[in-house]
Design a protein around this ligand. Structure first.
Ligand SMILES: NC(=O)c1ccc[n+]([C@@H]2O[C@H](COP(=O)([O-])OP(=O)(O)OC[C@H]3O[C@@H](n4cnc5c(N)ncnc54)[C@H](OP(=O)(O)O)[C@@H]3O)[C@@H](O)[C@H]2O)c1
Length: 255
């Protein structure tokens, strides 16, 4: 049995708590956070973090904390045996090097409190300062997910950058599309089959090969009509920048 302490009460803390609690191989000994309202979700394991709060000794301490505060919160863990890990895509593992045993457990997915996720399908990127710690993190990853990878901090930084393009930026484009539909009193769900097919296609073939649309075809008049429909300068700039990028990428004819 692997014992765990989760520090933080946000999106990742909730998802880790739920999936670890469902596993026969993992125990959540404690969830510690500074927000007493958010702690209610974690039942009996919840502990309010105050000055001098002692953490329960565990095999692994998860810092499910916003990126910029990982280091300061990690100082609360005073255990030379347990492995202290953060869950961030972009923070180097070395931020935890004040500890004897440390690493990273980065679940590559977008997590929100209100949505449940099938953790078995979430790729887990792990890194650790020793072979022994890496093997413990592998064991834990295997008990909750079907895929895990050894990814060092340098690779993880780039994967996180790729994820920002693939998820955060596309989501913002969905937001613009949502507003355009709303202006015409058309439900955003009319675009759902298109969105799902776009995602399905790039799971099977290179995105370069799957590009369609007026910028790829060189239909300048259509692009001008689109630009005249957009009222906000920001949306016009985004449209122009992305259209130019598509045109240039496909003119050069290189993936
Ligand atoms: N959400 C995702 O999709 C996702 C995916 C993969 C990895 N991650 C990584 O997972 C980590 C957590 O992300 P999240 O989405 O769970 O963030 P979140 O929902 O914003 O939660 C952040 C948590 O950190 C706590 N916190 C921040 N500063 C603190 C401090 N000084 N002392 C004590 N607690 C502090 C917050 O407490 P308060 O509520 O009291 O502010 C909150 O519980 C980040 O490193 C993120 O990069 C997130």
């Amino acid at each position: 049995m692997i014992t765990t302490t989760i520090i933080g009460t946000g999106n990742i803390a909730r998802h880790l708590y739920r999936v670890f609690s469902q596993s026969d191989e993992i125990t959540v000994s404690q969830v510690a956070g500074r927000n007493s309202a958010a702690l209610k979700y974690f039942g009996e394991t919840a502990t309010l973090l105050e000055n001098g709060t002692a953490l329960v000794k565990s095999d692994i301490y998860f810092l499910a904390i916003s990126d910029d505060h990982i280091f300061e919160v990690s100082e609360l863990v005073n255990d030379s045996k347990g492995v202290v890990v953060h869950t961030s895509g972009s923070v180097p593992m070395q931020v935890l090097s004040n500890h004897t045993n440390y690493g990273v457990f980065y679940p590559l997915q977008t997590f929100s409190k209100q949505r449940s996720i099938n953790f078995k399908e979430v790729p887990i990127c792990i890194e650790a300062n020793t072979e022994k710690n890496r093997s413990l993190l592998s064991q834990l990853a295997m008990s909750v997910s079907d895929q895990h990878y050894y990814i060092d901090s340098e690779q993880r930084k780039s994967i996180h950058l790729a994820a920002v393009f693939a998820n955060n930026f596309t989501n913002h484009l969905y937001h613009i599309a949502h507003s355009i539909c709303a202006e015409q009193q058309v439900p955003f769900s009319i675009l759902s089959p298109l969105i799902l097919e776009t995602a399905a296609k790039v799971s099977e073939a290179a995105p370069y090969e799957m590009q369609t649309g007026p910028a790829k075809r060189g239909d300048l008049k259509t692009q001008e009509r689109h630009l005249s429909l957009l009222e906000g300068q920001l949306e016009k700039d985004i449209y122009t920048l992305l259209s130019n990028a598509i045109t240039k990428t496909h003119q050069n004819n290189q993936p």
